[in-house]
Design a protein around this ligand. Structure first.
Ligand SMILES: Cc1ncc(COP(=O)(O)O)c(C=O)c1O
Length: 427
């Protein structure tokens, strides 16, 4: 008789081959916890390109001081209980009001994690007659939220990444036999590939076909748009977004998330999003620190300017060496390199090890996230990086090309595959 644990002895599952090999350095490196542009890894100080500390707030002393004061006053436990029981405070409500005003929406609601927020919002809104339309390249939490909606009887449809023609086709098919509501789920800035959602196009279609739009702007909030309001503001359509969602885990350098929308929708979510309704509320240390962080995000134009400068320097330097940088329009720098094979211990893994041996910390993304035969380094340039660190990184990439005898440049075939990632992900 089969045992539920039998699979654990195999090399199946996510990164199963690495797990089975006992390899942990690529899949679970042990880091010194202090985040920033320089971190300690295996006892060495490395230049860090894998932390979403976009505008450098992880190192901010003012936020740390507010958090320390809140910690001294409240400890780590406060408040105890869920928002509906004993975990609601005026501070939570005030932070929500401030987030709503900044997002230019009527109301906002806090979550303890971005991931759980997305699951809670979508599962609270979508029932048996409804249809959920998802961009194929969307983050795992969006795909899982769609999975939860499916378990409640919703119909799930996918469209090719950022492909308006395909989205319109799907909307037409859905409306031809529509019974319930329709919601489109996308990211604002796509976290892996760094490209922006075609928000003007999507907003036009959602109006034309009477659908609602949810945007998970984990990588846009605090990063783009006036006052860091995110991708909707950046692309001039914030007022068209029905549900604007941001996590605090990236530019806010904290933990938690929020959704902003019309008051009645936020009320519904506050009473029905089970991932938060039945969970302890966000601790005071975070609520207090996030209030300060939001002020710094709002007044962070200089920080964002520096982040863009650093991003442009890194992208240009790597391009000059012949590396292929994805056409993303955000600060994220996605470096594609052909590997010639899909061997998990092959060129991709060796490149990561090479760069780390030069004290440059990167993380590689390989098949099945991107097409086979390619490796992508998803690099996050931040406000904190210095010219010297950018230069050190570019030199390490230059040496890697020489020492590892990497293919000189991507071929037309590779570019076609990359283009497919950005515009045209197949079913
Ligand atoms: C697009 C996107 N949404 C949601 C999340 C999850 O956010 P959190 O870490 O706050 O749970 C992430 C984190 O990787 C993300 O990239």
């Amino acid at each position: 008789m089969e045992d539920i644990f039998d699979k654990c002895k195999t090399d199946a599952g996510y990164f199963g081959q690495f797990r089975k090999m006992g390899e942990r350095d690529l899949t679970r490196p042990t880091m010194d916890p202090k985040p920033g542009k320089r971190m300690t890894y295996n006892g060495n100080e490395v230049v860090m390109w894998s932390v979403n500390n976009y505008i450098g707030l992880a190192e901010n002393e003012e936020i740390k001081a507010v958090a320390a004061e809140a910690l001294a006053e409240y400890g780590t436990s406060a408040p105890m209980g869920s928002r509906m029981m004993s975990g609601n405070t005026q501070f939570h409500q005030d932070l929500e009001k401030k987030l709503a005003a900044w997002s230019q929406k009527e109301a906002a609601y806090l979550f303890n994690f971005g991931y759980m927020g997305v699951l809670g919002i979508i599962s609270s809104l979508c029932g048996p007659k409804d249809t959920v339309i998802v961009d194929r390249l969307a983050h795992a939490c969006i795909l899982d939220a769609a999975g939860m909606a499916k378990a409640s009887g919703s119909t799930i449809r996918y469209f090719k990444h950022n492909n308006m023609k395909d989205l319109e086709n799907v909307l037409q098919q859905v409306n031809a036999k529509r019974e319930g509501g329709v919601i489109i789920l996308i990211e604002g800035v796509y976290g892996m590939t760094g490209d922006l959602a075609d928000l003007p196009g999507i907003c036009e279609l959602k109006d034309k076909y009477n659908a609602r739009l949810f945007i998970d702007d984990a990588h846009g909030v605090g990063v783009v748009g006036e006052q860091g309001r995110g991708a909707g503001d950046y692309l001039g359509v914030q007022d068209k977004i029905d549900l604007y969602f941001g996590t605090f885990a990236k530019s806010f350098a904290s933990i938690g998330g929020f959704v902003a929308a019309d008051q009645d929708v936020i009320d519904w979510i506050a009473f029905n999003a089970r991932t938060q309704v039945f969970a302890k509320s966000l601790p005071m240390v975070y609520v207090k620190a996030l209030d300060k962080t939001l002020d710094l995000i709002i007044e962070g134009e200089d920080r964002r300017k520096k982040m863009w400068e650093n991003s442009n320097k890194l992208k240009e330097g790597l391009k000059e060496l012949g590396y292929y940088i994805g056409p993303g329009e955000s600060p994220i720098c996605s470096v594609f390199t052909p590997t010639g094979s899909d061997d998990v211990n092959g060129v991709g893994a060796r490149m990561v090890k090479y760069l780390r041996s030069k004290n440059i910390f990167v993380t590689a993304v390989v098949y099945p996230v991107i097409p086979p035969g390619l490796c992508m380094f998803r690099m996050i340039p931040t406000t904190s990086h210095t010219d010297a660190e950018i230069q050190q990184t570019i030199e390490a990439f230059r040496d890697m090309k020489k020492d590892m005898d990497l293919m000189d440049s991507v071929t037309d075939d590779d570019i076609a595959k990359i283009t497919k990632v950005y515009r045209n992900v197949k079913k």
